[in-house]
Design a protein around this ligand. Structure first.
Ligand SMILES: CC(C)(COP(=O)(O)OP(=O)(O)OC[C@H]1O[C@@H](n2cnc3c(N)ncnc32)[C@H](O)[C@@H]1OP(=O)(O)O)[C@@H](O)C(=O)NCCC(=O)NCCS
Length: 196
């Protein structure tokens, strides 16, 4: 039990640190105020509990927690989705994270982002987002694609192909305007950086 409390406190500290470092509006705001009023932080805390219960095989409760969290924050995260450390959702309303989505460390999402499926497929059908990715407001990332580490997805992009690491993708259909940090004339996407 003391281990659980210590881990929970450490996670909350990391969530607050992520808000402080990535939300300009959080600069100078007390940690307690962020915990009390930032919807992205609430959604993440609720997801941690829901995910732990889901992984332990507890029925009903994980979905109930996710449903209440969605009603309060406007952020819908399936209890099975896996989320790393330092995750931050800014503003939050309208974010949907699907069942088989996998999010690594230090990822930032803005409002209206969908990590969704393309249809009625079963199995792995939602995006994998690697470390240090930023996904702009309203972006839709669909299917079991991989967004490589350090990449940016522009606001309102629709992305259905893998994104190379350290790239910037914009538009509908999403296309790279920067690859590996440089500029790009490329019109096609690279191979899956995760090799999948
Ligand atoms: C994509 C983004 C990260 C900028 O990345 P960047 O690497 O700095 O890219 P640039 O600003 O140099 O833009 C590169 C090109 O993409 C275009 N572009 C940038 N963002 C775009 C977008 N969201 N949709 C379409 N085109 C976009 C630019 O016009 C530019 O085109 P050009 O080369 O023909 O002039 C940024 O524009 C963005 O969309 N951020 C999301 C922020 C957000 O959601 N904020 C919400 C706060 S509430």
């Amino acid at each position: 039990m003391p281990g659980l409390v210590a881990r929970t406190v450490a996670e909350i500290r990391r969530d607050v640190a992520a808000a402080h470092s990535r939300d300009p509006a959080a600069r100078g705001v007390a940690a307690a105020e962020i915990v009390a009023t930032w919807p992205g932080v609430h959604a993440l805390l609720a997801h941690r509990v829901a995910h732990a219960l889901y992984t332990a095989g507890v029925p009903f409760l994980p979905r109930a927690i996710a449903a209440v969290s969605r009603a309060v924050t406007g952020i819908e995260i399936h209890p099975a989705a896996t989320i790393g450390n330092g995750f931050f959702i800014d503003h939050g309303m309208g974010v949907v994270i699907g069942e088989t989505a996998e999010i690594s460390d230090n990822v930032t999402l803005y409002q209206g982002v969908t990590l969704g499926g393309t249809g009625f497929a079963t199995g792995k059908r939602h995006p994998t987002v690697q470390d240090n990715v930023t996904i702009g407001s309203g972006a839709k990332l669909l299917g079991p694609i991989t967004v490589g580490h350090g990449s940016k997805v522009g606001a309102n992009s629709v992305v259905i192909h893998d994104v190379l690491p350290h790239s910037t993708v914009v538009g509908n259909p999403g296309h790279p305007v920067r690859v590996e940090g440089g500029s790009s004339q490329a019109t096609s996407f690279g191979p899956n950086p995760a090799g999948g």
